[in-house]
Design a protein around this ligand. Structure first.
Ligand code: MN
Length: 478
């Protein structure tokens, strides 16, 4: 038997960030704590009510379509997808079957089939012996993106989903909070011989809400389906679920029981001619710099390492702080090379600043340090006005009080000094107090001089120029 290879496609549902629901003015508030508060006759499916299309949601989908290079529909309409489930009060979901808002496009070298706009269902809450229904989510705008079966590995699937999530954050169309179910992934996977032109029988695994689980599900299914095919048995076409505790998929529903949704055009909504609606014109102008564009620019503009580029691309607050610091430093520190400023900024942000922010659970919004002040600190280090040791203390003070760095430095007299007489006096004192280290040094132990330099730096609260300290010390010990 020739080698078996997987064919994988994804269907991803994303709850959009809008003020109100898809077809009514009930609030779309994912943080609402009380059940069944954001409901009205429209999203509760009462008879005799009329839905109204949410323009903001349509705009979100069109902008996503532009960002992935898809074709925007000129004509679109909605359809009823009929099925019964307790979380679906109308007995049908308003979705788009024939005329999706977006067709084609791609992301991470994976082709996208379509993106359409529909409404979410409510949420079932299962307790011991009963089930509750919360309809706050019923009717929330839901974007569904379907890929071509272009994906060849678990890692590729995970990376695609991660990049999509990042893109949606950049476009600000969804909060994409995976834990709240705002991005739910379905995997379709089959296995077939490498040189076969026919696809194998697929399994669908729905409602996955973590990237790690998507990867694990695919790895497991590759193994499971390979074993079946190697025994020359048949894979059953079915929907499977993921059992997290057993790290296995399990059969949920066979194809025979699959729904016939009896799609038909939604009679209560008008069809749309996108090119004739003012709000949907010139959307290109609303597309920000996209993740892949940003990676490229960061590399070209700053020549920084891959992992820093990735950190900055994944965190818009961090990258904004980084870039503003550099542009402020460059405006002030004219004599210092750009490379030096970039290196210092990268270093102080990723080690010192990030460390303290993590420890104190601070985010950039609550941070008292401005990029302007941070730039001043960087320039003081670059111009050797303060030592790197002092810089750390000054930064701590800046984070606590929001003080300007040069104020902290002058008030606490932390400016770096190369005053020979002062350093000599302290060095003599340290030599007298550390006879063992002095002897070791004279016996040829080079580490001992570093120890003595450290002691002098400590005695001077870090303000002595360490180069100068070493020079003076070496002279005295000769
Ligand atoms: Mn759907």
């Amino acid at each position: 038997m020739s080698k078996l290879v997987p064919t994988i496609g994804l269907e991803i549902h994303i709850e959009l960030k809008t003020k109100t629901k898809m077809f009514c003015d009930s609030l779309n508030d994912p943080d609402e704590k009380h059940p069944n508060v954001n409901v009205c006759p429209v999203c509760m499916g009462y008879p005799g009510v009329l839905p109204v299309i949410n323009k903001e949601a349509v705009k979100h989908v069109l902008r996503t379509g532009l960002a992935i290079g898809g074709t925007l529909a000129d004509y679109t309409q909605w359809d009823r997808k009929n099925y019964f489930y307790p979380d679906l009060p109308k007995g049908y979901q308003i979705s788009q079957n024939k005329y999706p808002l977006v067709s084609g496009g791609g992301l991470n070298d994976i082709k996208i089939t379509r993106i359409h706009l529909e409404e979410d269902a409510g949420k079932l809450i299962h307790q011991k012996d009963c089930t509750f229904v919360d309809f706050n989510r019923a009717g929330v705008p839901l974007m569904e993106l379907v890929t071509e079966p272009d994906i060849k590995s678990p890692e590729q699937a995970r990376k695609f989903a991660e990049e999509l999530r990042l893109l949606l954050k950049y476009l600000d169309v969804s909060n994409v909070d995976m834990e709240k179910g705002q991005m739910r992934i379905e995997v379709n996977i089959s296995m077939a011989s490498e040189n076969s032109s026919e696809l194998g029988t697929k399994a669908e695994i729905k409602n996955l809400n973590s990237f790690r689980i998507v990867e694990d599900v695919i790895k497991y299914e590759i193994e499971r389906q390979t074993k079946i095919l190697e025994k020359e048995e048949r894979v059953v076409q079915e929907t499977r679920g993921w059992d997290e505790s057993k790290q296995k998929t399990f059969s949920q529903r066979a194809k025979e029981e699959a729904h016939d949704y009896r799609y038909f055009p939604e009679p209560d909504l008008p069809s749309l001619k996108i090119s004739e609606i003012n709000d949907f014109q010139n959307l290109e102008a609303t597309i920000p710099e996209l993740p892949w564009e940003k990676r490229k620019r960061l590399k070209e503009e700053y020549g920084i390492k891959e992992d820093l580029i990735e950190n900055l691309t994944n965190d818009l607050d961090l990258s904004s702080f980084f870039e503003r610091t550099i542009s402020e430093s460059r405006a002030d520190g004219k004599k210092i090379s750009k490379d030096r400023i970039v290196a210092l900024t990268a270093n102080y942000i990723t080690s010192d600043l990030a460390g303290i922010m993590k420890e104190k659970l601070l985010d950039f919004e609550s941070l008292l340090v401005t990029p302007e002040n941070f730039a001043d600190l960087i320039i003081m280090v670059a111009e050797d006005k303060i030592s790197s040791r002092v810089a750390k203390d000054v930064l701590k003070e800046m984070i606590e009080t929001g003080a300007e760095p040069h104020v902290v430095v002058s008030e606490k007299e932390l400016e770096q000094t190369s005053d020979t007489e002062l350093i000599k006096d302290i060095a003599k004192k340290i030599i007298n107090e550390n006879t063992k280290a002095v002897e070791d040094y004279k016996k040829g132990n080079e580490n001992s001089i570093q120890f003595l330099v450290g002691m002098i730096m400590k005695e001077t609260r870090g303000v002595a120029n360490p180069q100068k300290v070493k020079e003076i010390l070496e002279k005295l010990l000769k």
